[in-house]
Design a protein around this ligand. Structure first.
Ligand SMILES: Cc1cc2nc3c(=O)[nH]c(=O)nc-3n(C[C@H](O)[C@H](O)[C@H](O)COP(=O)(O)OP(=O)(O)OC[C@H]3O[C@@H](n4cnc5c(N)ncnc54)[C@H](O)[C@@H]3O)c2cc1C
Length: 409
């Protein structure tokens, strides 16, 4: 069986390695000529890490980041609303990893090339289209960036891992248009900073749409500092969105810092963290509506091409990784390729659609909104704000939706 994958992002590269490990012949085409370590922080949840462990990748990936030990919610006054252990501290067999997206991407690229061969992970080649052939296979139209002549690569399966602006998804949904924007903007950056809380804590503070998230993505160095990834979020719907989102768009401090100027707590000075950043990137909170079908004959969707979602709950990369392994397991277990692709659609589409929709309701961060509604000036005792078991129920429900509940002990 030969599988062509359009897109060499985290989803496409993971799928390539998972399929290759099953003995399947794989070819990846990535549109960008020179892949760079782009982005800022990203999280990989333990159930996705467990899949990467199946490929023996943890020794390579874990040193790149920080095993997250806890997730905390605070109000804008720095008061603790909720704290829960994460990763190994919560009882999972493998960690949750907080890591620089670019470093994770580059490590997966190097591994994929080492395992499959350089010629099987080709950059500077875009998938421009495809045709279903009478023999049931797919002719994939590949266009090199260097203007040399395009060519056709015939495969048994074409996997669209070509991101939120997927060309292949657009071929099935020509009228879908631009992604859906929530009206919020995220300003994202990293800052060298002293560690806070446990030194492995991820926190969300404030409420939507006036929120701040931070977590370390490196261990503490000899200088006593670690790299902290942070995200400030505000409602900017009144400004509109002038053009398509871009992960590399540089943001301006004065657009958001004044709204966080008094967020100075005894355990962290948010304005100082923001001012210490290298480059701040600006990104709109976008997703797309869930689809009623991913698989069309021998073509299917994966990762952000299939289910772009708001970056809430650490699910963007995690769900792409789970897609990849699910697809590889199903394709390797049968000679009936069509049935395997339908089974992949049946298995992954409803689950990821539930996360997309839950993230539109702010996922577990609903707890922040409730705390703000009920106690905007803060509280003396969190038990005056939430009923017994209410916070636990919100946290547990999202873990169930995202598929990483621990079985009862
Ligand atoms: C440059 C960049 C920076 C990002 N930074 C962050 C971040 O800081 N934090 C975060 O949470 N998420 C970030 N993301 C998103 C995150 O990586 C994804 O949500 C998640 O990893 C799922 O990945 P994916 O492989 O499905 O999609 P993507 O990561 O979007 O990868 C899709 C790949 O397909 C390629 N491609 C597109 N069209 C074609 C085509 N026609 N033919 C061939 N190749 C094509 C793209 O160049 C890209 O490499 C970033 C994505 C990108 C592309």
């Amino acid at each position: 069986m030969r599988v062509v994958i359009a897109g060499g992002g985290i989803g496409g590269l993971t799928a390539a390695m998972a399929l290759h490990a099953k003995g399947i012949d794989v070819q990846v085409y990535e549109g960008v000529q020179h892949l760079q370590p782009l982005g800022v922080g990203i999280n990989v949840l333990p159930h996705a890490m467990a899949h990467l462990d199946r490929l023996g990748l943890l020794d390579t990936l874990l040193p790149l980041g920080v095993p997250t030990a806890e997730l905390c919610f605070f109000n804008q006054h720095g008061q603790l609303i909720w704290r829960e252990p994460r990763g190994v501290a919560a009882g999972y067999p493998v960690p949750q990893l907080s890591v620089h997206r670019g470093q994770l991407h580059m490590a997966l690229l190097a591994e994929a090339r080492a395992r499959l061969g350089d010629e099987r992970v080709v950059s500077g080649h875009s998938v421009a289209g495809f045709q279903e052939r009478v023999d049931g296979r797919v002719a994939v139209n590949v266009v090199p960036r260097d203007q040399s002549t395009g060519f056709e690569d015939v495969a048994d399966v074409l996997v669209a891992a070509d991101g939120i602006h997927s060309t292949i998804r657009a071929a099935f949904h020509p009228n879908e248009g631009m992604p859906h924007w929530s009206g919020n903007i995220l300003w994202r950056a990293t800052t060298r900073s002293a560690p806070f809380l446990t030194g492995r804590s991820m926190f969300m503070a404030g409420h939507l749409p006036h929120k701040f998230v931070a977590y370390p993505i490196s261990e503490v160095g000899d200088d006593g500092l670690c790299t902290v990834n942070w995200i400030a979020e505000l409602d900017r719907s009144h400004f509109g969105l002038s053009k398509r989102e871009d992960w590399n768009k540089v943001g301006v401090l004065t657009d958001f810092l004044p709204r966080f100027e008094d967020w100075v707590w005894d355990w962290l000075d948010i304005p100082a963290l923001v001012r210490g950043a290298d480059t701040v990137f600006e990104f709109p909170m976008v997703d797309r509506d869930p689809l009623d079908r991913w698989t069309h004959g021998r073509v299917t969707l994966l990762g952000d091409a299939a289910h772009p979602m708001y970056p809430i709950g650490s699910n963007g990369a995690s769900q792409a990784i789970i897609d990849a392994f699910t697809l590889a397991d199903l394709l390797s277990g049968t000679a009936d390729i069509d049935a395997a692709l339908r089974a992949y659609d049946d298995e992954r589409r409803p689950k990821t659609a539930a996360i997309v929709l839950s993230n539109r309701q702010h996922g577990p961060e609903r707890m922040l909104d409730l705390a703000h509604e009920r106690a905007p000036e803060g509280f003396a005792d969190i038990h005056d704000v939430f009923a017994e078991g209410e916070r636990e129920a919100i946290a547990a429900q999202y873990k169930q939706v995202a598929g990483f509940s621990l079985p009862p002990k």
